[in-house]
Ligand binder design. Sequence first.
Ligand SMILES: C[S@@+](CC[C@H](N)C(=O)[O-])C[C@H]1O[C@@H](n2cnc3c(N)ncnc32)[C@H](O)[C@@H]1O
Length: 245
Amino acid sequence: MTTEDFSKSVELLQNYCSDYLIDVTDGQAILLLKHLDLVIEKNKVLNLTRIDNVEDGIIRHLVDSLLFLPFVRNCLEKPDDGDVLDIGTGAGFPGIPLAITLSSRVTLLDSVQKKIRADQEFINTLGLSNVNFSMERAELLAKHRSQNFNVCTARAVAETNVLIEYAAPLLKMGGSLVISKGNPSDEEVSDALRVSKICGLELVSRETFELPKHSGHRELMVFTKTSYPSVKLPRKPGDAKRRPL
Ligand SMILES: C[S@@+](CC[C@H](N)C(=O)[O-])C[C@H]1O[C@@H](n2cnc3c(N)ncnc32)[C@H](O)[C@@H]1O
């Protein structure tokens, strides 16, 4: 990107975000766009995303990830404090945009080694000091980091009931799972409500957004842990999907 293109992108990103009442400083916007640039570059040698241009990436990766920000902030006990886990982070969405805009500790979790390696490279280049990495399945992380996180996030990882089962043992009591969904079916939502009861979570908010330039509909859902699961969690890796609760 030329310096002129970069400045235009910073302005575009800030303008889009202000439509959702999300403030992004110049410094944060520069880091967000550098991350996007690194992802697009890395995508030439590693299959990370279908989005291969900055204009689409600003909307479908950056704005889409930043929609999580007010919800995550709201769920943290103290603003900008606490531990956030991004389950199935892929190329770092929404985890890296959240790490740039929050000063909380953010752990990027993915079971695929090459994705976590790419994320480590991105974070080194961006110079962020509040990011940790975990290369394993969510179900296995829950065995040694049980009740460790104030907030879990996930975008485009699994059905809502599966995400609830992954997050329940990882969250501290009172912690929350924040997820973004395109168009969840009634069946997905009713399954999620049933499984959330078993796992000790409650749906506390559900808000809808339209991405800029008709790029998609989003539902941001927040589930808060209010009691302990009534079944033993985590179950074996893969059970949440293969044998849903
Ligand atoms: C479609 S990608 C989405 C990546 C990113 N969240 C985004 O929105 O661009 C889903 C990612 O979740 C990871 N994943 C799926 N199930 C997982 C699990 N049980 N534990 C850890 N990572 C998982 C996959 O390896 C993959 O990188």
